[in-house]
Design a protein around this ligand. Structure first.
Ligand SMILES: Nc1nc2c(ncn2[C@@H]2O[C@H](COP(=O)(O)OP(=O)(O)OP(=O)(O)O)[C@@H](O)[C@H]2O)c(=O)[nH]1
Ligand SMILES: [Mg+2]
Length: 244
């Protein structure tokens, strides 16, 4: 599994911040490492979904839950500034979801995830998905201990976002181009967005999806299942190596 550095210590590029910010990020990284250890011990795949507000994160998670809930134990932690609406929407699909109300904070921090993990049935989980607060800026700086960071970019947002918000695309392993059903009506070039995203991060993968038409949803779900399998196989090899 490829690891993209996200922490304050090793994020690519120079961190331009004052001492307070640096302390905040160091404290965050400490908890993120604890989360990573906790999910690895339990063989859980941890996914962090980020995007601008309204790009289709919750709708995608509803579709993902509908398709995978009979095969995998999926749980969702969802962050918003206010309201429990997104958690309610996800729970309607029949899976466990917990809302994290940040009360105005524009991103989720590792400490919030750690606390939320104590409130769900974490031991009976295969895939834990975090829906981050909707914006392409602040969530990029906060490692939540995730295995993979997924950025949604909706066709309605314009295809120029990867170069304007590079840190998010740089620190993501997957770009989901969402609301593909609207492509016929919008001046959005899938080729251009992929080209720009690859210029920022040559390793980023991409799938074009629509929660409305269903395009790409199976490919996305297959990707998730494959990553869980890959993680479990890697952990098995590591365990065997320790017993030698
Ligand atoms: N046409 C179209 N609309 C979509 C699609 N996915 C989501 N939407 C609509 O886009 C709007 C926002 O969707 P959400 O899933 O709530 O977006 P979100 O990213 O979770 O939003 P925040 O949590 O507020 O950041 C809703 O009106 C959805 O119905 C899609 O694939 N196609
Ligand atoms: Mg949402």
């Amino acid at each position: 599994m490829m690891q993209i550095p996200r922490s304050s210590k090793n994020a690519r590029g120079t961190i331009q911040c004052d001492n307070t910010t640096m302390h905040l990020l160091q404290a965050n990284d400490f908890v993120a490492d604890a989360i990573r250890k906790a999910v690895n011990e339990r063989n859980i795949l941890l996914i962090n979904i980020v995007s601008s507000a309204g790009s289709g994160k919750t709708t995608l998670l509803q579709e993902t839950a509908k398709r995978l809930k009979d095969r995998l134990r999926i749980k969702v932690l969802v962050g918003d500034l206010e309201t429990e609406r997104d958690a309610e929407r996800i729970k309607q699909t029949g899976i466990e979801a917990l809302q994290i109300v940040t009360g105005g904070i524009c991103h989720l921090e590792a400490q919030m995830i750690w606390q939320a993990m104590q409130k769900i049935d974490i031991d009976n989980t295969d895939v834990l998905i975090i829906e981050n607060v909707g914006n392409l800026v602040c969530p990029a700086s906060f490692d939540l201990g995730e295995d993979y960071r997924i950025t949604l970019i909706a066709t309605t947002e314009g295809d120029d976002k990867p170069r304007k918000y590079p840190k998010m695309f740089l620190t993501s392993e997957m770009m989901l181009i969402s609301k593909a059903d609207l492509l016929p009506y919008l001046p959005f070039s899938v080729e251009a967005v992929i080209k720009d995203a690859k210029e920022v991060n040559p390793n980023i993968e991409h799938i074009t999806v629509s929660s409305t038409s269903g395009e790409g949803i199976e490919a996305w779900c297959n990707w998730l299942v494959a990553k869980l399998k890959e993680k479990r196989e890697t952990n098995l090899v590591a365990d065997a190596a320790q017993t030698v």
